[in-house]
Design a protein around this ligand. Structure first.
Ligand SMILES: *Cc1c(COP(=O)(O)O)cnc(C)c1O
Length: 270
């Protein structure tokens, strides 16, 4: 069979060690273990601990597993926006995130740049009532990236609103200053080189607090994947539903490989 290599917006080529880890997963029967078992709790912890090391994630940030980044867009709006969100839109992914807010009945503001262009933070005016600022660190459809320094500048000017960064097609590359962002997220089929079907959401105590406020006000925040529902299980290294155990395992293995290589080396090579 001819070996094909795809240069698309994702899925990306598998990380070189994935075939060996798939073999291990089969040998350890990862596909059939219960998500309420001790074995699952241990592999969940292994993956989240590894990610904390890789990205230098502070203790006041939680790591949640969802089905994809698209789901995370929806959960952000549902759980953290009562009325108003703000989006920097410059391509199809950032545009979709923006549209979700309107589709969920919120008022969505945007700053728009032409396809292939980026933003100057000093030109971005964010309405004061904004509850969530939604940025796309790497707009995959055009390949335009927002430098971390620019994200930090936007935060400096807007300290009240929560700041969410879609880094789906760039993590683990960007070196975020977590004191300047409240949340970021990715899907595993981009730069972690895994089969699709797992989204990873990193979020801090401010995000959790906001979700609690909306729940107390009886705003509809969802069902099994409200932040509080996920959090109550995450504390026990579990998920509310039967998750993609297979991929959580593989992600833990790939992160282990990345940590061995060292994030500094990976960033330099990138
Ligand atoms: C791929 C991508 C998404 C969507 O990821 P899914 O895994 O398909 O949900 C969101 N944002 C960006 C920037 C992407 O590149």
């Amino acid at each position: 069979m001819v070996k094909k290599t795809f240069f698309t917006v994702g899925p990306s080529e598998l990380y070189p060690t994935v075939p060996a880890h798939v073999q291990t997963a089969l040998e350890q029967k990862i596909g059939v273990i219960s998500h309420r078992s001790k074995q699952f709790q241990e592999l969940y912890k292994h993956t989240t601990d590894g990610l904390r090391t890789l990205l230098n994630i502070p203790d006041n940030y939680q790591i949640f597993f969802l089905s994809s980044a698209t789901e995370i867009w929806e959960r952000i709006i549902q759980n953290c926006v009562e009325h108003t969100s703000f989006h920097c839109v410059n391509g199809s992914f950032s545009k979709r995130f923006y549209e979700f807010s309107g589709e969920l009945g919120k008022k969505a503001f945007k700053a728009e740049a032409a396809f292939g262009k980026g933003f100057y933070p000093e030109n971005i005016e964010i309405p004061s009532e904004t509850e969530a600022i939604c940025l796309t660190q790497n707009e995959t459809s055009s390949g335009v990236s927002m430098p971390v320094a620019d994200i930090n500048k936007i935060r400096e000017k807007n300290k009240e609103a929560l700041l969410f960064v879609d880094a789906v097609s760039s993590l683990p590359y960007p070196e975020f200053d977590f004191s300047k962002i409240d949340s970021t997220f990715f899907s595993v089929q981009k730069c972690f080189g895994l089969p699709a079907g797992l989204g990873v959401w990193i979020l801090n105590d401010r995000v959790i607090e906001k979700a609690k406020q909306l729940e107390a006000k009886k705003v509809l925040t969802g069902t099994y994947h409200t932040i509080s529902s996920i959090l109550s299980k995450a504390k026990d290294n579990q998920t509310p539903e039967t998750p993609n155990v297979w991929n959580i395992f593989l992600l833990g293995k790939v992160i282990e490989d990345m940590n061995k290589k060292g994030i500094a080396t990976i960033r330099k090579r990138n």
